[in-house]
Design a protein around this ligand. Sequence first.
Ligand code: SAH
Length: 464
Amino acid sequence: MRHLPLFRDLKGSRVVVSGGGEIARSKLRTLLRTEARVIVFAADPHPEVEADATAGRLVLVRRPLGEGDAICAALVYGANGDTAEDARVAGIGRRAGALVNIVDDLEGSDFISPAIVDRDPVVVAIGTEGAAPVLARRIKADIEAMLPQALGPLARLAAGFRHAVEALPFGRPRRDFWTRYFDREGRMALDTGGEGAVRDRLQSLLDEHIAGRVPAGRVSLVGAGPGDPELLTLRARNRLHDADVIVHDQLVPRPILDLGRREALFIAVGKRAGGPSWRQADIDALLVDHARSGALVVRLKSGDAGVFGRLDEELDALDAAGVAWEIVPGVTSAMAAAAEIGRSMTRRDRNSAVTLATAQDAAGMAEHDWRALARPGAVTAIYMGVRAARFVQGRLMLHGADPTTPVSAVENAGRPERRTVATTLADLPQALVAEGIGGPAILFLGLAPRRQAAPAALPAAMEA
Ligand code: SAH
């Protein structure tokens, strides 16, 4: 991390902007939201900058920045879009002891401006050290969608009530109070009666907590199926609809999350391929904390929660905390994949058992009873197997599997982007690479497709 994120108090500080065109305007839009005293130096300012000056939002000096103009400034922005002029501005700024930012020039800047999600007083800053502005914008859009507009007023009202909440013992009782306020009660009050109702609710909520009248929350561990909302159970749908908090894996797609209430709190805890992942202990704590504060929590996992979903660890944590829970089963990926290729998973005279196996476990590549899986007629659905395909192939061949054993790789089963690769054990790794299988996929060993799953091109009428 080359740049340290920090929040600088600009109340009453001088902030100098050199330039009055488009580039300066986009900086000013953010700067004018702060409590800084903003001074713009521009010989030929944009009318919008003039209007800001007339309205008293900034001070406009109609000439280029000169030596001495940056004295006592906290920040100086070079926003002329002219390399030589901005370099001159940087020199003046630095000689005056200010921190300098040249717009879109990482190397020429002492600090850089993050992308911002503004729910004042809650502000989220996103930085990529200049590496990927497009990514920063994507993340910003995700966070914008995640944080309700009401968060700002709720946080502000909470700040005013913080002192009163000291009537509750430090630690969990206070945390439970605030979780309940931010998860549900605050937002409901704001929606129905505005800020006055929120103040009333803060007081009545505090009275309830002091008297120990906190409703019991619970956790539903819900299988979200392979990704198509139509493959959810009705119960899963109902739980989503009632949930105050939805804790979901990354594999659960947007159309399913959209079934939750708009006011619900959505928390993504899964692991993106290659990205950082949540620690299981933190997920456990999250479920326990929200349930204890009285929330109806839905823990949404792809497929069935009990298939390679670390379900038991979460149940152990809930039991240990005395939190009530239920399991809502879902369509596991293997079942969805079998449906895509038009095959049953078991068949008389072929296989009277089917194996659901993961190619990876905590230690890396997972070991199995390969001799049993290599037997003629055996059917095995391999989860998390794409990157491990060569390992799986090697182990099976070593234990006598027929190289011509059919294999169906079903990617994105149950979703519009579905695809099948029909191959054999001998060709498996090459076929996956050649077809560019990169999404979640089931490798069905011992099943040739009766038909190929193809990306959906439904007529508009069927999509509704
Ligand atoms: N609990 C899930 C499995 C989670 S493990 C279930 O019951 O399906 C994650 C693995 O599931 C992925 O690596 C992939 O092998 C499989 N998977 C998840 N969604 C899938 C989908 N839509 N199509 C094919 N495989 C999928």
